[in-house]
Write a protein that binds this ligand. Structure first.
Ligand SMILES: NC(=O)C1=CN([C@@H]2O[C@H](COP(=O)(O)OP(=O)(O)OC[C@H]3O[C@@H](n4cnc5c(N)ncnc54)[C@H](OP(=O)(O)O)[C@@H]3O)[C@@H](O)[C@H]2O)C=CC1
Ligand SMILES: O=C1O[C@H](COP(=O)(O)O)[C@@H](O)[C@H](O)[C@H]1O
Length: 493
C-alpha cells in the first residue's frame, strides 16, 4: 500500500469525552485502522476537561467500538486503543497548551508520525476561534509534517458571525489547512450524485430545464430534539439542515460538469450554483418557505410529546423543527425548474431522498385520462436505503392496462459485499490524505448563509402559529400547498 493511502499522523480530538467522539469518531478511526487506511504510525490524543486518564479514555474508546457493533477480538482492540492518550485540558486555560505540545512531540517520536498533525474540533462552536488562535500561539501548528484542522458544524449562526469566525480561524490557518466538515458529503450516495450525472449520458443529456419539471429533496427524521434541546432551540431546521446539508446536495445536483475532478474545479462549480440561488425578498418569504414545529402525535403506537413538551426550556419556543422551501436557480440550465426541499424532525419516516421529475410527453397515447399519466421519476436514495430507482411506463404483461409505471431499481443494500463506510470514516480519511473535495470551502459557507439569512430575519419578526404538524406526519399542510400552487405534489419517499 502506498504511503499516501496509509497516512501517518497524530490526531488530536478536542472534545474527546463528548457524544460525537464516542458515536462517530472513535469507531471511524478504528475502521480506518482495520482496513489498513491508517498506518501503524499513528497516535490519538483525546482532550477535554474531565479528569480522565489514558486508561479511562482507552476503555471508552473500546466501549464505543463495541457499541458501534464492530466485531473484534479483544487483543486487536487493545493494540488499537494503546495508541490513544488523554490530556485533561481546558481550552480556555493558556497554561495547558505547552503541555500538549510536549506530549505531541513525544508521541511523534514514539510513533514516527513524521510530524503530521490533524486537529479535530469536536466541541461547541464558540470555542473554534479560540482553539485555532491558541494552536498558532503555542506553536502547535509548527511541525515537520502537515497540519490540518477539521471544524464541526455549525459554522456561525448567520453570515456575519460566520465571517467573524472565519476571520479568526484564517488568522491562524490557511484555507487549504481548514476542513469544514459536512457529514452529508461523506455519504456514499451523496458522493454518487456526481457519478450518476457525469458518467451517464441518459441522465446528463436530460439534466436541464428542457426535460426536468422539478426536483424534490426530502431529509426527514423520525427523531425529535433528543438531548440537544439547548443547541437545537438556538438553531432550528434552517440552520441545522437547510443552510448546510441540503444546500450542499442542491449544489451537487445542479452544478455544471467540472472540467476535471479536482477539488478546486468541483468547488468552483458548486459555488456558481450557490451564487445563482435567488435570494427571496422579505415580503415574499412566505410564498417560498414554510416553517413548522411538531405537535404531539403517535408513531408505531407510541405517544410522542410536542417539541414544547420535550424540555422545560422549550415551553414557549418559536423555533422551527421543520422547513420546506421552493428554491429558484437563475441560470440558463435551471431557469423555470423549481427545486422543492423539506426537512424536519419527528416526521413519519427517516429518509433522505432526491426525486427528479421529468417533463411529460406532449401527447397522451396510452392513458384513458390525463390523470393516469405518470411522469418519469429518477429517485436517488441516500438513506437508509441506498440506491437509485427509475420509474418508467410500460405495458405490464397480463395487467390489462395500456401503460403503467414500473420501477428499475438498484439498491446498494442488496449488492453482496457492499458495506457502506460511515460518512465520518470517509471524511477523516480524505483529510488525512489531504483531499478537501468533500469539505466545504468558505465561499460555499458564506453563500449559503447569504441565502438563508433573509428567511431567518423575516421569521424572527413574525409570530409563528406553532405547533402546526403532528409528530409522525410529513409536516404542515402549507408545505403541500407550496407545491400545489405550481400544479405539483410531493412524491412518496
Ligand atoms: N453529536 C452529534 O451527533 C453531532 C455533533 N456535531 C457537532 O460536534 C461538536 C461536538 O458535539 P457533541 O460531541 O455532541 O458535544 P458534547 O457536548 O457531547 O461534547 C462537548 C465536548 O467538549 C468538551 N468541553 C467542553 N468545554 C470544554 C473546555 N472548556 N475545554 C475542553 N473541553 C471542553 C466536553 O468535555 P468536558 O465536559 O469533559 O470538558 C466534551 O468532550 C459540536 O460542534 C456539534 O455541533 C455535529 C453533528 C452531529
Ligand atoms: O447535522 C445534523 O444531521 C443529523 C441528521 O443526520 P443523518 O446523517 O442522520 O441524516 C440531524 O439529526 C442533526 O440534527 C443535525 O445536526
Amino acid at each position: 500500500m502506498s504511503e499516501k493511502r496509509q497516512p501517518k499522523a497524530t490526531i488530536v480530538i478536542f472534545g474527546a469525552t463528548g457524544d460525537l467522539a464516542k458515536r462517530k469518531l472513535f469507531p471511524s478511526i478504528y475502521n480506518l485502522y482495520k482496513k489498513g487506511k491508517l498506518s501503524e504510525n499513528f497516535a490519538v490524543v483525546g482532550l477535554a476537561r474531565r479528569p480522565w486518564t489514558d486508561e479511562i479514555l482507552r476503555e471508552n474508546v473500546e466501549q464505543s467500538i463495541k457499541q458501534a457493533s464492530f466485531s473484534s477480538a479483544d487483543e486487536d482492540l487493545r493494540e488499537f486503543t494503546s495508541h490513544f492518550y488523554y490530556n485533561s485540558f481546558d481550552v480556555t486555560d493558556d497554561s495547558t497548551y505547552d503541555g500538549l505540545n510536549k506530549l505531541m512531540i513525544d508521541l511523534e517520536d514514539k510513533y514516527q508520525t513524521e510530524g503530521n498533525r490533524l486537529f479535530y474540533l469536536a466541541m461547541a462552536p464558540n470555542f473554534f476561534g479560540l482553539i485555532a488562535k491558541k494552536l498558532k500561539e503555542y506553536g502547535l501548528k509548527e511541525s515537520s509534517g502537515w497540519t490540518r484542522l477539521i471544524i464541526e458544524k455549525p459554522f456561525g449562526t448567520n453570515l456575519s458571525s460566520a465571517k467573524e469566525l472565519n476571520n479568526e480561524i484564517r488568522e491562524a490557518f490557511d484555507e487549504d489547512q481548514i476542513y469544514r466538515i459536512d457529514h452529508y458529503l461523506g455519504k456514499e450516495m451523496v458522493q454518487n450524485i456526481e457519478v450518476i450525472r457525469f458518467a451517464n449520458g441518459i441522465f446528463e443529456h436530460l439534466w436541464n430545464n428542457q426535460y426536468i419539471s422539478n426536483i424534490q429533496i426530502t431529509a426527514s427524521e423520525t427523531l425529535g430534539v433528543e438531548e440537544r434541546a439547548r443547541y437545537y432551540d438556538e438553531s432550528g431546521a434552517v440552520r441545522d439542515m437547510l443552510q448546510n446539508h441540503i444546500l450542499q446536495m442542491v449544489a451537487l445536483l445542479l452544478m455544471e460538469p467540472p472540467i476535471k475532478l479536482t477539488t478546486d474545479e468541483i468547488r468552483s462549480e458548486k459555488i456558481k450554483v450557490l451564487r445563482a440561488l435567488r435570494k427571496i425578498d422579505s415580503e415574499k418569504i412566505d410564498k417560498y418557505f414554510v416553517r413548522g414545529q411538531y405537535d404531539s402525535g403517535e408513531m408505531n403506537g407510541e405517544a410522542l410529546p410536542s417539541y414544547r413538551e420535550e424540555d422545560e426550556q422549550l415551553a414557549n419556543s418559536t423555533t422551527e423543527t421543520y422547513v420546506a422551501g421552493k428554491l429558484v436557480i437563475d441560470n440558463y440550465r435551471w431557469a423555470g425548474v423549481p427545486i422543492y426541499v423539506r426537512t424536519g424532525k419527528r416526521m413519519a419516516k427517516k429518509t433522505i431522498d432526491i426525486t427528479i421529475q421529468f417533463k411529460d410527453l406532449p401527447m397522451n397515447l396510452y392513458y384513458k385520462s390525463e390523470k393516469e399519466r405518470h411522469p418519469n421519476l429518477l429517485s436517488i436514495k441516500i438513506q437508509p436505503d441506498e440506491g437509485i430507482t427509475l420509474s418508467i411506463n410500460a405495458n405490464k404483461a397480463g395487467a390489462g392496462s395500456l401503460a403503467e409505471p414500473v420501477q428499475l431499481s438498484l439498491n446498494n443494500n442488496d449488492v453482496p459485499g457492499i458495506n457502506t463506510p460511515e460518512a465520518y470514516e470517509k471524511l477523516l480519511y480524505d483529510c488525512t490524505i489531504g483531499d478537501a473535495t468533500n469539505f466545504t470551502h468558505w465561499d460555499e459557507v458564506a453563500l449559503s448563509w447569504e441565502f438563508v439569512d433573509p428567511i431567518l430575519e423575516t421569521w424572527a419578526e413574525q409570530q409563528p402559529n406553532f405547533p402546526n404538524y403532528k409528530s409522525g406526519s410529513m409536516g404542515p399542510k402549507e408545505a403541500d400547498e407550496l407545491l400545489e400552487r405550481d400544479g405539483n405534489h410531493w412524491w412518496d419517499v
